[in-house]
Design a protein around this ligand. Structure first.
Ligand SMILES: Nc1ncnc2c1ncn2[C@@H]1O[C@H](COP(=O)(O)OP(=O)(O)OP(=O)(O)O)[C@@H](O)[C@H]1O
Ligand SMILES: [Mg+2]
Length: 433
């Protein structure tokens, strides 16, 4: 068998021969350099996109490449269910008792058969438990739950600081995204050119940041009522946005701030990219941003805030031909829509562009880059992901797929309405409410 432990090559599985419908012995080794810009995994629902993503993340971590993974569906927490001993006792707390009953087993015998299934499954792909141990030893893994203390909370709203660079483009860009973001949280759909709210907040941020100062939400509420600005454009402030109406906007923000549980947004680890990518001792991290429990506005708000931090971080990095870090998002549906233009879309495009700029342009490329074929990738081993419940590979039967898709969509709608349901998956079965 070829060696798959080459630095910079991600072992994703083996090639698949379509004619014979069998995997060949040729390894699918994905060149990490191909991820120095961006990549997208496309496939129908249940086809294994997340499984492939998890494989990529693990392989990156084994190569000491840190990952920030945005998890809108709550599927990536499985990364932490990687047990170096592959012992039944490790699996046991995570076994769903009803699955054991369905299989006609007790929880502990079911856990033992699960452990055996993992060991055998890995062995089939030439891997042993030592590889899991290596993954766990080289990487720090953590699940963040912004807006909730079920995992580690992230402090996003503590302070809105000025951009590090004082150039006018950076200032304008940060004002635009911050204001759009605050308004998203308030559920105000605002056009930057015509909305009074947007123009007022932009003027406030511009005024405060040009003095090198920061704002937090309480100070922003005060500034909306008394902005310390007399004119907006050529109009006096009160004609442009009368005090009574500014008070209504301030109240709306105040109500948000006073909502139960909202303070959690200002607690926890700061949204600091260096800290998300490496521990204080330099160990690479996999930072999973679990956002399945959030409502749509809060998700948009958080993802935009994270991307803005990332863009600012990327702009400070020197160019490099090698892969230094990965931003992975498990589902972009709703974030990069073909029609509407939420703030997050601009942030995604900026991040992608900044990434492309960081690669030295003169880098020689293979005329025909070596890429894995997706079929090969789909027939891929799983290091830690749940095996399919029925143990079968999902094939494309359009009717069944459409049914599964409808089922998943309605399940995910039901899930989103209830924070506890999603965050409880982060607990062993016995500790769930
Ligand atoms: N290579 C694989 N071989 C066998 N089973 C797999 C493979 N990849 C994924 N699976 C199984 O198929 C099921 C669906 O996989 P996954 O969640 O990765 O699909 P998806 O494309 O991300 O679906 P969705 O669009 O709903 O997010 C899971 O139960 C998973 O364990
Ligand atoms: Mg998925």
């Amino acid at each position: 068998m070829q060696n798959f432990e080459k630095l910079g090559a991600f072992y994703l599985g083996k090639h698949y021969d379509e004619a014979s419908e069998k995997t060949t012995d040729e390894l699918t080794l994905y060149d990490a350099k191909d991820l120095t810009t961006h990549a997208v995994i496309i496939g129908m629902t249940g086809s294994g996109k997340t499984g492939l993503g998890i494989g990529l993340i693990e392989e990156a971590a084994l190569d000491r490449i840190p990952v920030i993974a945005i998890d809108p569906k709550g599927d990536l927490g499985n990364l932490l269910l990687s047990f170096p001993d592959l012992a039944a006792r490790d699996f046991e707390p995570w076994i769903d008792p009803s699955a054991a009953v369905d299989a006609g087993e007790t929880v502990s015998t079911y856990a033992a058969s699960m452990a055996k299934r993992w060991r055998d499954g890995l062995a089939k792909w030439g891997q042993g438990a030592d590889r899991i141990a290596q993954l766990r030893n080289t990487t720090d893994m953590c699940i963040y739950t912004p807006g909730s203390s079920a995992g580690r909370p992230v402090s996003v709203l503590k302070e809105f600081g000025p951009p590090e660079s004082r150039d006018s483009d950076a200032m304008r860009e940060k004002i635009q995204t911050t204001v759009q973001n605050v308004l998203t949280l308030l559920d105000i759909d605002a056009d930057p050119l015509t909305s009074r709210e947007h123009i007022l907040l932009s003027n406030i941020f511009s005024d405060v940041w040009s003095r090198g100062e920061s704002l937090d939400l309480p100070r922003l509420i005060g500034a909306i009522q008394a902005p310390g600005i007399d004119r907006i454009g050529v109009m006096d402030l009160d004609s442009f946005y009368p005090a009574k109406e500014r008070f209504a906007l301030a109240m709306r923000m105040n109500n948000l701030l006073a909502a139960p549980g909202f303070d959690i947004w200002s607690q926890g680890d700061p949204l600091d990219i260096d800290g998300l990518l490496h521990t204080a001792t330099g160990k690479p991290r996999i930072s999973i941003m679990s956002i399945a429990h959030l409502g749509d506005n809060e998700r948009m708000f958080f993802v935009t805030a994270l991307l803005n931090e990332l863009i600012a971080w990327m702009r400070k990095q020197p160019g490099s031909p090698t892969l230094r870090a990965i931003l992975y998002m498990d589902e972009i549906f709703g974030y990069l829509p073909p029609v509407a233009n939420p703030a997050v879309e601009a942030s995604f495009l900026d991040a992608a562009e900044a990434g492309a700029r960081l690669r030295p342009r003169a880098r020689a490329r293979d005329a025909e880059p070596r890429r894995p074929r997706l079929q090969g990738a789909v027939e891929h081993r799983h290091l830690v992901h749940r095996p399919a419940a029925d143990g079968k590979r999902h094939r494309s039967c359009p009717r069944r797929a459409a049914k599964r898709s409808r089922q998943r969509e309605s399940e995910s709608r039901a899930d989103r309405s209830y924070v506890g349901e999603h965050t409880e998956a982060l607990l062993p079965v016995a500790q769930r409410p």
